[in-house]
Design a protein around this ligand. Sequence first.
Ligand SMILES: Cc1cc2nc3c(=O)[nH]c(=O)nc-3n(C[C@H](O)[C@H](O)[C@H](O)COP(=O)(O)OP(=O)(O)OC[C@H]3O[C@@H](n4cnc5c(N)ncnc54)[C@H](O)[C@@H]3O)c2cc1C
Length: 403
Amino acid sequence: MKTVAIIGGGASGIMAALTAAKDKENRIILFERQQRIGRKLVATGNGRCNLTNVGAELKNYHSEQPEFAEFALSKFTPQDTLDFFHDLGLLTVTEYGGRVYPLSNSANSVLDVLRLALEKSGVELRCSCPVRELMKSGKGYQLTTDEDKVYADYVIVACGGAAGEKLGGVNDGYELLKPLGHKRTKLFPCLVQLICEGDYPKALKGVRADGKVTLMLGDEVLAISRGEIQFTETGISGPAAFDISRAASSQGEGATIYMDFLQDYACASLEALLLKRQENHGDLEASELFTGMLHNRLGRMIVKYCGFGATQPLSSLSREDIAKACRISKAFPLRLKGTEGFANAQVTGGGVKTTGFNPETMESWFMPGLFSCGEVLDIDGDCGGYNLQWAWASGYLAGRLGK
Ligand SMILES: Cc1cc2nc3c(=O)[nH]c(=O)nc-3n(C[C@H](O)[C@H](O)[C@H](O)COP(=O)(O)OP(=O)(O)OC[C@H]3O[C@@H](n4cnc5c(N)ncnc54)[C@H](O)[C@@H]3O)c2cc1C
């Protein structure tokens, strides 16, 4: 009988454990530093758990070596994730953008079926048991916990990343792998709220708008995204903000965010619409210029930004004023100040260098029997179920223990 030690009871570690447990010759021990397994999992998707995305492709993943993810994603596809969970009894729904959620709308359902499967499979769970040290020992490895030392023939490091500190995001995985020769890249928070200068976001707090977001450094476009923008006390959040947060974190110093709230309207046709409104409703106040087109607080904010008096009549605006309002509504600028950091990030950009691992097995190239999976590796996905898909797919490969 071979002992398989899995460090980390999150999405990827649970998947690795269930996969390894299919071989009854294996004794599987799952170490989890927190009191319970899957703490982060139950917080995903705002408590709904966006467990995969049916459209997941390599282009949704980022890394110094993004192609590393290709084999895993083709070997364990979103359909395999769905089949896996349906077999465990989970019902799912696929929503807008290919995002998959449990039908119950509760992330607990996902963890519940995984927990039942773990119980049935005979995996030994050791919660509140952080692994402090990992060393080579004979043909296998020695793990040191606060209570004992455990020998394992195979070790799977599935400690996750530094993101989501309150939910257990730590640097342990990087630290455990370092003495075994596995280096990491620079780390930065991704899928995280953006902090902006000025009072505009605060005044718009709570407003949601659909739009196109462009992050620019001087004349250089760093990132573009489309989708929902949510204004917060300090900046912007929501899928469109999340999707540019990787670039904002890694290259965004001194950058500006431009938001187009009327992306389906070319400037000329929008200008024509606004001129028509002015012609038909000249007696309205300027603050009503965008009423019916945009969230009213947002419309008023654009008017204010343009420097028009809120109560001056629409008829008093010049042609240039209208052109300016049109320009600003399609490129509302906010200076980027930073991000909310690892504490509030959903995923870690960067991680343990993938060049040290075999993409077909997740096994270390130079430490036989040592595997790694999930977020601890230098792979991060877009917002929309892609990160959990990576966790399931890479966890599945690691759990096969090289077979
Ligand atoms: C708020 C939030 C919402 C998210 N929503 C989504 C979503 O809807 N869809 C999506 O695809 N992704 C989402 N993500 C990202 C996704 O949750 C992660 O990418 C995914 O959980 C990574 O899985 P993992 O197994 O690699 O790491 P984790 O799930 O973080 O699990 C790692 C586990 O290892 C344990 N551990 C760490 N060190 C040790 C040690 N030394 N010894 C023992 N145990 C250890 C940790 O306590 C943890 O339980 C979200 C993340 C956050 C924070």
